[in-house]
Design a protein around this ligand. Sequence first.
Ligand SMILES: [Zn+2]
Length: 182
Amino acid sequence: MHLEAKGVKFTDSPTRIHQLLCLFHFFPNPVSQNEMDQWIRDFGGQNDRQARHLAWDGWYIQTGNRKSTRMEVSHDLSSDQLQLVSITEANPIWVKHNFDLQKEQHENPEFFHVKKIFSKRGCSMCGYKSDSLQSFRIENHTSNQINIVPLCNLCILWCDKYSIKLVLSKRLIARPLMEDLQ
Ligand SMILES: [Zn+2]
């Protein structure tokens, strides 16, 4: 199967499977959240309205929601509609994301490793979760061997502007060296 070779995952969550079946049922046409609710309910299931997560399993779904960053936004769709675009191609944004990850693993293995450590935390300082966190060098006061941490753009700007040095707490949260904040 084309998609399996591309790493697209077939979810094992019943809700996600129902959502996927619904998108296939309406394919190649869009489906609104209410239509999906009704379609799934007719089969005795429940819709959590989070079908967008299927895009990050690799499914090529478009949305009308302009705020989406993990799916292509289609201007032909209303903000509450999703559309399965292809059953042979994977989500191009997800494909590029995976490509960039592989590239990073190759070119910057230290940051790749550190991002895994902070995968639940996100930005090591504020906790913001983003696909575009950047590497920031910290003062290593402990023996945990961590010399860089992922930071969001806002935290990086702040640290740069005020020449803040960061240290890691025992719970692996990045905190400013307070003696610098005077
Ligand atoms: Zn942050």
